[in-house]
Ligand binder design. Structure first.
Ligand code: AMP
Ligand code: MG
Length: 487
């Protein structure tokens, strides 16, 4: 028997101190035969876990929800959300928060089991998750982390020894997800719709303490909270755009207060550049297509601002003015991060007034000539000419001349420029066909080697090393890729 200290638990439950409106305490439903499938030893260590201990039978029982860690006041959180624009009452239907691990560095990190059984918010669902989608979340969330994009992370996937019914019978699995917190815009919407002003205030104070403690010192902490969330989301969504990440389900329940990416259901990376790319099978109107992501971010933040109105000012009109003035800054903040990021991708270290134009002209050419988003920037980084429609076009040659001249108008060496570009243009992204290949080997054949090797390469996307090259290939049959909400 190993004891809990040996595993390294250091759990607190600050969320459980919030008013009861925000959760239901319950335990995960036990599973038949938990088996550890993938484990993130590096993350485990940063969380303060002794990773070999967590991988032993007693540890795996915890990752499956069969045992609870000491001090755990496990719970399902309530929230609401605009799903494709429609307001709905939601909550963790299949996720259970074990508590917050206090890391050796003093950070507070949510430990949540996704797929841990039914809760009062499961509606018609079974509270379980299939192995494939949990492995997909594991791969993509960890790839995002390595790409330096704020995100929830994945500590482990265990299979349960049970099956669940989807279109067919599938192996069920539980993902241990970690997050700065699971507070969402939707949590505030829940408080605004069904709570008292005191309950809303308790939530806002909690969010401030947990994520933006400096805001507490400001004249109007709630205004500062709104400002911080706008800033962090503007920065986050700019990062998505810069890397070609399409979230796919930017409902308000999937937008965090911390500024981390959450919910890896139907997301995917763009291959061929097309600003109207949408992968999600349920997004038939293209609400969450690539080019819409920044505006949807603003729309979601406006919903967040609305929830804060009673706290922003005691006079309604004043409150609305404060909210509107801040929301009006979002576009500019997004654009700031986006342009700064694009400059880096093109190796521009100073600023000129025409820089946005050189970027949008390139994107337009990529769209016209059906160029791969990631590989176009990679070719520029490494000064490579390829036999492709884009590079063979006259307009691109003209654009390239313009870019060379533009680069020459800055006082940095070619070497430094190249380094800036290497740090901004990944040598590898989780390409859809590679993700599918890894999942197929794992789920269909129980062979995890493909996934392991892929994850290894994905862990250092800005190291432009030869091991990345095979993962840069774009498949010939670039057939439209479809994703599904991870169930
Ligand atoms: P999502 O589309 O993943 O953001 O999920 C929307 C809501 O559906 C959330 O409240 C989830 O907890 C819930 N949900 C998704 N899958 C299941 C499931 N298998 N059982 C119960 N609830 C689920
Ligand atoms: Mg969700």
């Amino acid at each position: 028997m190993i004891n809990d200290q040996e595993i390294g638990w250091n759990l607190e439950n600050s969320y459980a101190q919030l008013p009861e409106l925000f959760f239901t305490q319950l335990k995960p439903t036990t599973v038949q035969a938990p088996k550890l499938i993938v484990f993130n030893a590096e993350l485990a260590a940063t969380l303060g876990f002794h990773d070999e201990m967590l991988q032993k039978e007693e540890g795996v029982a915890l990752l499956a929800g069969n045992e609870l860690p000491p001090n755990s006041e496990s719970l399902a959180q309530t929230y609401a959300g605009h799903q494709f624009g429609n307001f709905t009452r939601l909550g963790d239907g299949r996720a259970i928060l074990l508590g917050e691990q206090i890391t050796p560095r003093g950070e507070r990190v949510d430990i949540q089991l996704k797929g841990a059984g039914r809760t009062p918010y499961s509606r018609g669902g079974d509270g379980r998750a299939a192995l494939g989608p949990m492995l997909r979340e594991y791969i993509i969330s960890e790839a995002m982390h390595a790409l330096h994009i704020p995100t929830t992370r994945s500590l482990a996937v265990v299979t349960t020894g049970e099956t669940i019914l989807r279109e067919k019978e599938l192996a069920s699995a539980i993902l241990t997800r970690t997050a700065a917190s699971h507070l969402r815009v939707g949590t505030f919407q829940y408080a605004a719709a069904w709570g008292t002003k005191e309950e809303l205030q308790a939530l806002a104070d909690y969010a401030i303490e947990r994520h933006y403690p400096e805001a507490a010192k400001s004249d109007n902490p709630y205004k500062q909270l709104l400002k911080e969330v706008i800033e962090h989301q503007a920065s986050l969504i700019a990062k998505w755009q810069l890397i070609g990440f399409i979230h796919g389900v930017m409902n308000t329940d999937n937008m965090t207060i911390s500024g981390e990416t959450i919910d890896y259901g139907p997301c995917a990376f763009m291959g061929t550049y097309d600003s109207s790319t949408v992968f999600s099978s349920i997004d038939q109107m293209g609400r969450y297509k690539y080019e819409n992501q920044p505006a949807i971010g603003g729309w979601n933040l406006a919903r967040f601002a609305e929830t804060l109105l009673p706290l922003l000012h005691h006079e309604g009109e004043q409150a609305v003015k404060i909210a509107q003035d801040l929301i009006a800054t979002y576009d500019e903040r997004f654009y700031f991060y986006w342009l700064a990021g694009m400059r880096s991708k093109l190796g521009l270290t100073n600023e000129e007034s025409d820089d946005a134009k050189i970027v949008t002209d390139l994107l337009d050419l990529m769209q016209t000539h059906e160029a791969d988003f990631t590989n176009t920037f990679l070719a520029l980084t490494h000064d490579k000419w390829e036999d492709c429609k884009l590079h063979n076009s006259q307009e691109f040659k003209q654009w390239h001349d313009r870019w060379l001249k533009r680069k020459s108008r800055q006082e940095v060496s070619e070497n430094e420029i190249k380094q800036v570009m290497k740090n901004s243009n990944p040598a590898v992204i989780p390409r859809n066909h590679r993700v599918e290949e890894a999942l197929e080997a794992a789920v269909e054949a129980g062979d995890y080697r493909v996934m392991k090797q892929f994850m290894d390469v994905l862990s250092s996307p800005y190291d432009h090393t030869p091991d990345k090259v095979p993962y840069q290939t774009v498949p010939d049959n670039n057939t439209p890729y479809r994703t599904f909400c991870g169930t």
